[in-house]
Write a protein that binds this ligand. Structure first.
Ligand code: ADP
Length: 333
């Protein structure tokens, strides 16, 4: 943000902090000097009085008067340093909080802008392609085969729009305080297989799909939002991998939990990004990721829905490359 109002505010903010901190240090130094000068003056006065009263000057520093003066001096010094440290500490803490909030605000604004840009694109491109298909059907005499292929393409666009709208709605519902799950006993094996089948039909021939879905895995869950978890994880595995990549969807279970894992041999996720990808609107800023379409809402939804089901999600590196997303959900939660 070179030379922007934000960077000017940033600079001003640091100058104010440095000014306050240095003037405080300067005032503390002056107070200390004053305290030392006062102490020396009083000691000098009392020393003269001590001599007038017939005391031995060499014994003055062992006298009760001097001991008291010195103790007072030490107490004032201690008060000065103590208050100084507390004051500087509080000021630094305050500035640190403002700085952190400001940075978070900038990051959120940036992510929201990216979200708006990507959502505009995500809405515009399937709509443009739908319009083109409809215009072609309207204007040209096409045979049945052509019309079918146009309809198939249009269905893909409609599904893309549907997923996008569902993600936006679900993300905003999750954010609202009164969102609750509509729990029922659901057959996770059938739901996973249905979604998996639907996705591989859509992407047939584009990836190598493998499945290890155990039968009869049941959980108490919200069918709609949990379907979105499965959908988003598989769609991401496809989006962030090359055409020859291998994608494995596995579902197992024991008496306590159901375990869903989606494994790909795609571009992978750097270690530092692994915790951030679950944030709302967050997209990894590499060229490879930017080339793909997305809103940064998918994993935010996944994590929240999993946690609302009292489950957990982990992301690991696949070997030799790619990622593994592992979800664990208590069966009876
Ligand atoms: P979107 O895919 O719409 O950008 P998500 O919330 O689903 O948003 O994912 C957030 C980011 O995490 C993505 O932008 C991408 O950078 C990264 N990501 C998610 N899944 C994968 C994956 N399987 N492989 C590599 N990167 C991934």
């Amino acid at each position: 943000m070179p030379n922007s109002p934000k960077s000017r505010y940033w600079l001003f903010f640091h100058i104010v902090f440095i000014y306050i901190a240095s003037s405080f240090i300067w005032w503390s130094y002056l107070l200390h000097k004053n305290n030392v000068a006062n102490f020396n003056d009083v000691v000098e006065r009392e020393r003269t009085q001590f001599a007038i009263n017939g005391g031995l000057l060499s014994r003055f520093e062992q006298s009760a008067v001097y001991t008291k003066l010195h103790a007072d001096f030490r107490r004032t010094e201690l008060m000065l340093y103590g208050e100084g440290v507390v004051f500087i500490g509080l000021i630094s803490l305050g500035f640190w909080r403002i700085r952190k909030t400001f940075r978070e605000e900038i990051a959120m604004t940036k992510q929201q802008n990216n979200f708006l840009l990507s959502i505009t694109h995500e809405l515009k491109s399937p709509l443009a392609s739908l319009k083109l298909s409809m215009q072609t059907i309207q204007k040209r005499q096409l045979d049945a085969e052509h019309i079918k292929s146009m309809a198939d393409m249009s269905m893909d666009d409609i599904e893309r729009l549907e997923l996008l709208v569902e993600n936006i709605l679900l993300a905003s519902k999750i954010e609202s305080a009164n969102f609750s799950l509509n729990r029922e006993l659901m057959d996770l094996s059938t739901i996973t297989t249905t979604i998996y089948d639907k996705i591989i039909i859509k992407h047939s021939g584009q990836r190598k799909f493998l499945t290890e879905i155990e039968k009869d895995i049941y959980i108490y869950g919200d069918r709609f939002s949990f379907s979105s978890v499965i959908y988003n994880l598989i769609e991401n595995a496809i989006k962030y991998s090359a055409a020859d990549a291998e994608i494995t969807v596995a579902l197992t279970g024991d008496e306590k939990n159901a375990y869903l894992s989606v494994k790909d041999t795609g571009i992978g996720i750097p270690g530092t990004e692994k915790s951030r990808i679950f944030e709302r609107f967050y997209r990894i800023g590499t060229e490879e990721t930017r080339k793909t379409k997305g809103t940064g809402l998918g994993l935010f939804i996944v994590k929240h829905v999993v946690e609302m089901h009292k489950g957990s999600i982990q992301v690991k590196n696949n070997s030799p490359k790619g990622s593994i997303f592992e979800v664990s959900i208590p069966v009876g939660a």
